[in-house]
Design a protein. Structure first.
Length: 481
């Protein structure tokens, strides 16, 4: 059963006070009489020893007696003829008669302190016969029970008992407080770790005290909210950073792309300009030839401009694309099935090696476009009875897609240039090869958008184009093909 720590503290303090009171009363009741008796016995013995040093025959110095009388003792001394030598009370004759003469048979020469408490106002502590120079002196020493000294000694005793009891109680309270504050200290350590963004440890909520359980639960809630907030901030920062990097890459690629297109447009424009000038000076047959050439160049430029527009639209859409969780194995199976008829028609052997399910975060349409461009590029450069091999596998946190085609290898000097828009080996654009140049440029843009890598490798008897996308986890959302 859980308890409130405030109630526990109140009860503990109340019990502590009661225990101190009871301990003080018990100690006073049982130990104070023993303490008082022993202290008085010592005083009586010391007083008798001091009396032995006095010359009772010519007693003139009473300071010895005065000092002990202040401590609660009283003295009656008489010689063997019952003549008073010293009495603490003024009626010396009566006191000698009452304390000595009536009880003369109780005296002995053995100075033994009488250890008993009769409950009377005065208690006889010593009756002894002291012999000096042949004269016997009767000495009686009593303790004044109701005197002020007993009260003072009681106060001193109670103070001592209180100090001891308080010390023991404080030690017990210290042990209890350590036990009580142990979970609080633990919560403090966890809160410190949370402040340092360490969320590995959770506070124990199942504590016997309700307040500590609530505090632990609140700390865990704060930790979870703080962790989510930090995660969102970090994710937003990383996302912004990736967007900035991707934007820089896209801007650089666009600049290179536009520069290449501008360069490629110069040639057909120059041809058209020169042929247009010659039309006015040639005959009908030659004019038809020039017009046909001009039309051909216009078609080339139309293809270039169309490709540029398509690429620009695609890149614009990439900036606002919504990424989803995708299974690359399903996508690759769909693409291979789509190209099965075309490869058979061209008498090309299409082989696929698809591993286990590979989950990525991306846009299916653009990923399919990238793979399609690889496939079209492979089909275009594969001869009859050639081989196209499609692979899908996981590699160190990424998903790798590869498209191999048998045929001629790419010269090393051209490898780094083939990703530029409209690039071909001889730097001449034609209706047949423009698709390949734009296709690889689109692959580069798509893979860059997905924070992946791309490349090409010359393999024995062929070439493999590949790209990777970071692997992720999650539930795949079904999409239409």
């Amino acid at each position: 059963m859980k308890k409130y720590i405030s109630i526990r503290f109140f009860l503990l303090q109340w019990i502590f006070l009661v225990i101190m009171t009871i301990c003080g009363a018990l100690c006073y009741e049982f130990f104070f009489p023993i303490y008082y008796e022993r202290l008085k016995n010592v005083q009586v013995q010391n007083a008798y020893l001091d009396i032995e040093e006095l010359d009772l025959a010519v007693l003139e110095d009473y300071s010895v007696f005065t000092g002990y009388e202040e401590k609660g003792l009283s003295f009656t001394i008489a010689d063997e003829y019952m003549n008073p030598v010293y009495t603490s009370r003024s009626d010396s004759s009566y006191v000698v008669y009452k304390n000595i003469e009536m009880k003369r048979t109780l005296f002995s020469k053995d100075a033994q302190v009488i250890e008993r408490d009769s409950g009377q106002k005065e208690v006889t502590k010593l009756r002894v016969i002291l012999t000096q120079d042949g004269m016997d002196y009767y000495v009686v020493i009593k303790d004044n029970i109701l005197g002020g000294t007993r009260g003072k000694m009681s106060e001193q005793f109670l103070v001592t008992v209180f100090i001891i009891t308080f010390g023991i109680g404080s030690f017990i309270m210290l042990l209890f407080s350590k036990r009580l504050t142990k979970p609080i200290v633990k919560l403090t350590e966890i809160a410190g770790r949370i402040a340092e963004r360490d969320f590995s440890e959770k506070a124990e909520e199942n504590n016997e005290y309700i307040e500590i359980s609530r505090l632990a639960r609140n700390i865990n809630q704060i930790s979870e909210q703080f962790q989510r907030s930090i995660g969102q901030v970090d994710e937003s920062r990383d996302c912004q950073l990736r967007q900035n990097v991707r934007q820089e890459r896209m801007e650089r690629l666009q600049k290179d792309f536009i520069a290449n297109v501008s360069h490629e447009l110069k040639t057909p424009l120059a041809v058209i300009s020169s042929q247009a000038e010659m039309i006015a000076y040639v005959g009908e047959e030659e004019r038809k030839t020039y017009l046909s050439s001009i039309q051909e160049e216009v078609e080339k430029m139309s293809g270039l401009v169309s490709g540029l527009l398509n690429t620009t639209v695609m890149e614009h859409h990439m900036e606002n694309v919504l990424l989803k969780t995708l299974n690359m194995k399903e996508i690759m199976e769909y693409i291979i099935l789509k190209y099965d008829g075309l490869t058979k028609k061209k008498r090309i052997h299409l082989k696929s090696f698809l591993g286990e399910d590979c989950i990525v975060h991306g846009d299916r349409e653009y990923i399919e476009q990238a793979v399609n461009n690889y496939m079209m590029n492979a089909i275009e450069h594969t001869e009859i009875d050639g081989v196209i091999r499609v692979t899908l596998r996981k590699e160190a946190g990424v998903v790798r897609i590869g498209v191999y085609n048998s045929g001629k290898q790419i010269p090393d000097k051209d490898v780094k240039h083939i990703w530029n828009g409209f690039y071909t080996k001889n730097q001449k654009v034609s209706a047949e090869c423009s698709h390949a140049g734009l296709g690889l440029y689109i692959v580069q843009s798509v893979v860059t958008m997905h924070n992946g890598k791309y490349g090409v490798e010359n393999l024995p008897e062929g070439v493999e184009f590949w790209f990777t996308i970071p692997e992720t986890t999650g539930t795949v959302i079904p999409q239409g093909t």
